[in-house]
Ligand binder design. Structure first.
Ligand code: SAM
Length: 281
């Protein structure tokens, strides 16, 4: 609840490549707020120039000195609206902003999102892997030993897993994934989403390794890696009920054979009893 006269902190998504993906409300809000907090003022200046937005920029990082967040919170408390953007996509998603949003919430300041592009969601929407449940992991550790450890933990989860990956590490990560998940496990790579050289690769992990290894272009640009969740392995063994029943009928009375067959196969006792009568005939 916003109990005071403070301004609003708008968390504004910006394009992840194609500037045509900038939503009109984002432009409007960025034009009207008192200041825009961003990761890199020089980087964001280019985006703002493109949309003729001349709102002052201020740098913000979650781990920078407390001064920058204090400045933003003071402005908000004084009744000024502030927008938070990141270099690209949705702030806070593997990007700075969490500490600022938390501090604003703790002070009862309104925090409103202006939704737009997010590389993880865009990749997931075209991966062709289950999307009813997914796990976003962000960036994997750079070192193979730690990376494999995280992958091993993830190999046990049933949901689709989404990672951000650096282009110079994609091949090593894919090879580690083969080791942990198996060569036949399904994966998907979304590279350069919404940009000129956007590429989408879907296949088994072994297939993805050979494509990425053979074509160095696949080791360039920005990448989202999506892995299928743990395959739901069929734990039930298919048992031929009639065969079991015939074998048991040779040794046991009809009712007992039918009951045991039902227990072994998980089938219906009465049906096996009827089947037993028919077999005896
Ligand atoms: N907050 C951003 C978002 O909402 O997508 C993500 C920021 S994170 C620091 C940057 C990473 O996102 C890149 O290294 C890459 O893995 C992924 N990414 C960003 N833009 C992308 C694009 N156009 N195509 C593929 N991956 C992208």
């Amino acid at each position: 609840m916003n109990s005071n006269q403070s301004g609003t902190l708008y968390v504004v998504a910006t394009p992840i490549g194609n500037l045509g993906d900038m939503v009109p409300r984002a432009v409007e809000i960025l034009q009207t707020v008192k200041a825009i907090a961003c990761e890199d003022t020089r980087h964001s200046k280019k985006l703002l120039d493109h949309f003729r937005i001349d709102t002052p920029l201020m740098a913000y990082h979650d781990h920078s000195d407390k001064k920058s967040s204090h400045k933003i919170l003071t402005q908000l408390s004084a009744g000024n609206d502030i927008a938070l953007i990141s270099d690209a996509g949705t702030p806070l998603i593997s990007d700075p902003g969490y500490r600022l949003v938390l501090a604003a919430r703790q002070q009862g300041i309104n925090v409103i999102p202006v939704p737009g592009a997010c590389a993880a969601i865009a990749a997931l929407s075209v991966a062709g892997l289950p999307t009813d449940r997914f796990r976003f992991v962000g960036f994997l550790p750079a070192k193979s030993t730690q990376r494999k450890k995280v992958l091993q933990e993830l190999a046990a989860v049933p949901e689709t897993v989404v990672f951000y990956e650096a282009p110079h590490r994609i091949l090593d990560t894919l090879k580690d994934s083969v080791e942990v998940f198996g060569a036949e496990h399904s994966g998907f790579i979304a590279r350069e989403l919404s940009k000129t050289f956007e590429t989408y690769l879907h296949g088994t992990l072994a297939e993805l390794v050979s494509i990425v290894e053979a074509d160095s272009n696949q080791q360039r640009g920005e990448i989202v890696l999506v892995l299928a969740g743990r395959e739901e392995t069929e734990s039930t063994v298919t048992v031929d009920g009639e065969r079991v029943l015939r074998l048991l009928l040779a040794e046991l009375p009809t009712a007992k054979a039918a009951a045991l067959t039902a227990k072994i196969t998980g089938g219906d006792k009465k049906q096996f009893y009827q089947m037993a009568l028919a077999l005896k005939d």
